[in-house]
Design a protein around this ligand. Structure first.
Ligand code: ADP
Length: 409
């Protein structure tokens, strides 16, 4: 049962307690609930509810309704009180509800109400509405307290969100540190194993064929693991100073892509996939970048187009200038990516079609690295795909000069 508080110091103590209790380990709606109940106790209202204002649409939703609320609020068409409270950033009240002033039968349920805006700095969360069954005139002190309830609610929500973000960032940092340490620890035993395998392979001229076969299989797996470690190292070094990692110089992209395509010819031919490159007329595009990483980026994208491309299929690589940017599109007509998988393919270790890519050199790190490389070069990586029809990955990179004519000399 609600008990009304008599002294102002009692009311302020309750407000302070509520703000402390609310800040951590609660979600925003629970914080609003606590403050609505506190508002009822401090201002002696009969019941209350709170509207939540959505950031993007500006729509209201019922965030909380106090227990045994006799009035089931429906959103007033004009939402006048809510708007006024939020606009003026001051509590809006009506001490004596007159039926003719409202579009719906409000006085059946309450004779007075106060709407308290919940805002912090310029961020508006919503409103707390406190209702009285009998007419209630608001004293100056009550209006000040109402305003304090609105402020403290908003502050509690803001602080709670900041704490939550901070915790998430901290967890991400711990994960990154863990991967960095684990990678470092795994590298040494792998190097030793590889050395021993090479030694055994070289010295064992008379070694039985089965042993040689076993050794070469282990060798393959060791190389694969080493590759995953190298990829992981790139990903966890995101936090480090990028300029230290990348060796930037002007890079001609078209020959770089042509070279990758040539290197992948054996793999594409095995599936009878044709690769066609279309480039802007007579132009050589220059971007400022690290050749080694740019090569890795396009290698990953083109290799994927082959891996997930259909047999006898086609891959199209288009390079074109779009204002001061270079756009490179790698399209295939392969298995495509489903709507559900699409938002996740850039996540580390994510593989959409585990059955199709089972085993082999598929770590699910290729696209995470591709994205990292593009972003480290100030560009973007996008994808359009439809399950069963194929995918197009689009890289945009800033151009350092518009077009450099090929100089035959
Ligand atoms: P993986 O090592 O598994 O290829 P990636 O990070 O390169 O890892 O890709 C992640 C997942 O995205 C792949 O497992 C695959 O399901 C999907 N994918 C990537 N490229 C394509 C493509 N061109 N067509 C269809 N699916 C693709």
């Amino acid at each position: 049962m609600k008990r009304s508080l008599t002294t102002i110091s009692e009311k302020i103590t309750l407000l302070n307690q509520t703000i402390l209790d609310s800040m951590v380990e609660k979600n925003s709606k629970e914080i609003v609930r606590d403050f609505t109940e506190t508002g009822i106790r401090i201002l002696g209202a009969d019941f209350g509810f709170a509207w939540w204002k959505f950031k993007n649409s500006g729509e209201y939703a019922l965030a909380y309704k106090s227990p045994n609320t006799p009035y089931n609020p429906t959103l007033p068409r004009k939402r006048a009180g809510n708007y006024i409270a939020l606009k003026t950033k001051k509590p809006f009240f009506d001490s004596k509800v007159e039926e003719q002033n409202y579009e719906f039968n409000i006085s059946r349920y309450l004779k007075s109400y106060i709407i308290i805006p919940i805002y912090h700095k310029n961020h508006i969360y919503g409103n707390i509405v406190l209702c009285y069954k009998k007419p209630h005139s608001f004293s100056k002190e009550e209006l000040t307290l109402a305003q304090a309830i609105g402020h403290t609610t908003a502050q509690a929500i803001t602080i709670h969100r900041l704490v939550k973000t901070e915790i998430l960032l901290h967890q991400e940092k711990l994960k990154t540190e863990f991967i960095a340490n684990a990678t470092h620890e795994l590298r040494t035993p792998l190097a030793i194993m590889k050395g021993n395998i090479d030694l055994a392979n070289g010295s064992g001229k008379g070694a039985p064929r089965a042993l040689k076969k076993a050794l070469s299989e282990v060798n393959y797996e060791v190389s694969h693991l080493s590759k995953i470690l190298a990829d992981l190292e790139i990903l966890v070094s995101e936090d480090k100073n990028l300029s230290q990692m990348l060796v930037m110089k002007p890079v001609k992209l078209v020959p770089l892509i042509e070279d990758i395509t040539k290197r992948l010819r054996a793999v594409s031919q095995a599936k009878n996939i044709s690769i066609r490159a279309v480039k802007g007329k007579k132009a050589n595009f220059l971007v400022q970048g690290d050749e080694k990483y740019l090569e890795k980026l396009f290698l990953n994208l083109i290799k994927n187009a082959i891996t997930y491309g259909r047999k006898d299929g086609q891959i199209l690589i288009e390079t074109a200038q779009n204002k001061n940017k270079l756009e490179i599109r790698v399209s295939d007509n392969g298995i495509g990516i489903s709507k559900e998988d699409l938002p996740r393919i850039f996540d580390r270790f994510y593989r959409a079609d585990k059955a199709h890519t089972g085993g082999g050199n598929h770590s699910g790190l290729g696209l995470a690295i591709a994205k990292w490389v593009v972003e480290a070069h100030g560009g973007t990586l996008g994808v359009k795909s439809k399950g069963g029809e194929g995918s197009t990955f689009t890289v945009t990179l800033p151009l350092i000069n518009k077009i450099e004519r090929i100089n035959p000399k």
